[in-house]
Design a protein around this ligand. Structure first.
Ligand SMILES: [Fe+2]
Ligand SMILES: [Fe+2]
Length: 295
């Protein structure tokens, strides 16, 4: 079958990124910009402002007196979370406009939120052995949130092909991504990266999405490192049964990746303990996010 190139500019239902959000993403990377200035930009968008305030006041950030000042809310949440909240709101609003046939949106979110959370926790866990810059942590968090957005695009553009791939993945017990390569000559990772590029997301995020199933193909060392973590997080999320498609098998070279990082300082028992704790922490995080973000 000949693959159709998804021409994003021809999809008239695809929203462009709101200018407030574009500006926000730019300045959140700039350490010389104060929280006060960030608050000023956030206040231009009432839905983002309201969400940030409600999350800053929620139980998980509790133990403080209630606040209704955006500036304080941003200080309490930190820039990473402000960025995540803003991006999640944008993508979830956009996804609500799509008519999806083969994807249960709640499952999609649960999986992507799980990968985002797990990736961040793995980076913390690996601190002893691997260095992550603040920027790389942000990349992990945001990439986790959108790493499988290509599925949404496939289902929106051609639901019949999506169904065909899904059915074959189940019947033949083949990893989804391998069938994408055979049937449409591209992958959700590739097309998802293009969609995020279309929205002007930074190259570190678009490329980590692009390589999340084949980290070794990334030539940039930092992107390769982040793609490996996302790949591991993806494996764990599916292991914890937080998958977009419950019945489908996912091919992930997790064990190799884990060994490659040479976690000699961790015993098997320590890792098992980490994994078990992570499963319950992830569940907790997801319930909180679903509640807070109302997705
Ligand atoms: Fe994926
Ligand atoms: Fe995934």
């Amino acid at each position: 079958m000949e693959f159709y190139k998804i021409e994003l500019e021809k999809l008239d239902y695809l929203p462009t990124m709101p200018s407030v959000l574009k500006k926000l993403l730019e300045i959140l990377n700039d350490n010389s910009v104060s929280n006060k200035e960030i608050a000023k930009i956030v206040s231009l968008d009432s839905s983002i402002s309201a969400k940030i305030l409600s999350i800053a006041n929620s139980a998980i950030f509790g133990g403080y007196s209630p606040i209704n000042d955006l500036n304080l809310a941003i200080t309490r949440l930190g820039r990473v979370d402000v960025k995540t909240i803003a991006m999640t709101l944008f993508i979830s609003t956009m996804l609500k406009k799509f008519k999806l046939k083969n994807i249960v949106i709640e499952n999609f979110w649960r999986h992507n939120l799980a990968v985002s959370f797990i990736a961040r926790r793995i980076a913390q866990y690996l601190k002893k052995d691997v260095d992550f810059t603040e920027e790389e942590r942000v990349v992990l968090y945001l990439t986790g949130l959108f790493h499988d957005i290509g599925y949404i695009l496939f289902d929106q553009v051609n639901p019949d092909i999506m169904l065909l791939i899904k059915n074959q993945a189940i019947e033949q017990d083949e990893p989804f991504i391998e069938l994408e390569r055979i049937i449409v000559h591209t992958t959700h990772a590739q097309e998802g990266a293009e969609l995020l590029k279309y929205w002007n997301l930074p190259k570190e995020i678009t490329d980590t999405v692009r390589y999340h199933h084949e980290p070794y193909a990334a030539t940039d060392k930092s992107i390769q490192k982040c793609a490996k973590i996302i790949n591991m997080a993806d494996y764990l999320a599916n292991l914890f049964e937080m998958s977009t498609f419950k019945e489908v098998r996912y091919g992930v070279a997790f064990e190799n990746l884990w060994n490659e990082f040479e976690f000699s300082s961790y015993t098997k028992e320590e890792f098992t303990e980490f994994k078990n704790e992570l499963a319950s922490q992830t569940n907790l995080f997801i319930s909180f996010s679903e509640l807070a973000l109302n997705i």
